[in-house]
Ligand binder design. Structure first.
Ligand code: AMP
Ligand code: MN
Ligand code: MN
Ligand code: MN
Length: 291
């Protein structure tokens, strides 16, 4: 176990995935890995599904030094963009949140059929069944499951290549999807008592003006924080989103977006600290001064 008292490195990870969505590990193994790496505060945030939380909670009983938050990463359509909003410390029994996520999962089933049709049109048969065979949770099918099938069939050598060739806009396995509206996603999360975080903000390929419009709406609809620290952020992106968080009076969050140990991902142990002028989203659950 790594003891982390260094203030530049926080044993906190508020964004990660298990095989309940498109990660590799079971919820219990996510918790065990985080604990083994010295993590003290962890949120399991699977895409559009909370059924991993009870499993993660059961596993967390073995690790008294690790606090587990119930989380979820909600898929949102915002204009031409797909956004991801992480809900932290949600009530997993909340009917509105449950119903909203059930709708998104139903949409994923329909989308998977359309994706398979698109792949069949270029001669790739059996993709729906193939993708399903890689999904541990039959109710949550996503692009990563298609990616695994396509790689297994030899259509690409790795994840990066398979997305580029088949699974992004303009490619045969991609189809537009209507996810939740921004306002609905924020309503579901906040109604369920959670704090809403704009996940990996640099991925949205928006100019600063568009990002400011988004943050204005996000805040208006009840959003609480921006993921200032995420594994693909450069130092200048950390600075940029810290600055925006301050400007919009939003808190900062940190999350690895861990999906798989196989990718060499170092996530789940902790994350770099937030710039000191940013209010941490975790203050309500975790007192850093006790580290
Ligand atoms: P979905 O919600 O089904 O559209 O799948 C989105 C997931 O696909 C993300 O959460 C990532 O896990 C993965 N993903 C998206 N884009 C890429 C990419 N370019 N390379 C590798 N994985 C990706
Ligand atoms: Mn994912
Ligand atoms: Mn995401
Ligand atoms: Mn994620």
């Amino acid at each position: 176990m790594t003891a982390m008292s260094n203030i530049d490195y926080l044993p906190i990870d508020l964004h990660c995935h298990s095989y309940i969505s498109d990660g590799d590990l079971s919820p219990a193994d996510v918790v065990a890995r985080a604990a083994a790496r010295g993590c003290r505060l962890l949120a399991l945030t699977d895409h559009d599904d909370m059924s991993g939380i009870p499993l993660a909670r059961a596993a967390a009983l073995d690790y008294p030094n690790l606090m587990l938050l119930a989380g979820v990463e909600v898929s949102v359509t915002y204009g031409q963009h797909t956004l991801h909003i992480v809900g932290l410390d949600v009530d997993i029994e909340h009917p509105m949140l449950q119903a909203g996520l059930a709708l998104l999962r139903a949409g994923r089933h329909e989308r998977a059929q359309r994706m398979a049709n698109g792949l069949a049109a270029v001669g790739i048969m059996g993709a729906l069944e193939g993708a399903k065979s890689f999904a541990v949770n039959p109710d949550l099918i996503g692009r990563v499951h298609f990616a695994r099938f396509l790689i297994q069939q030899g259509y690409a050598k790795d994840n990066q290549q398979v997305f580029k060739r088949y699974l992004v806009p303009g490619k045969p396995g991609y189809t537009r999807q209507q996810w939740a509206t921004l306002s609905d996603a924020l309503t579901w999360i906040t109604a369920a008592g959670g704090l809403a975080v704009l996940a990996h903000p640099a991925r949205y390929k928006m100019g600063t003006d568009a990002m400011k419009v988004l943050l204005t709406l996000f805040k208006q609809f009840g959003g609480s924080a921006i993921e200032v620290i995420t594994s693909n952020h450069t130092a200048s992106q950390v600075a940029q989103f810290a600055c925006l968080a301050e400007k919009f009076d939003l808190m900062g969050s940190v999350g690895s977006d861990f999906h798989s140990a196989a990718s060499g991902h170092i996530g789940l142990g902790g994350n770099p600290a937030l710039p000191s002028f940013i209010k941490p989203v975790w203050a309500r659950w975790f007192d850093e001064s006790k580290l």
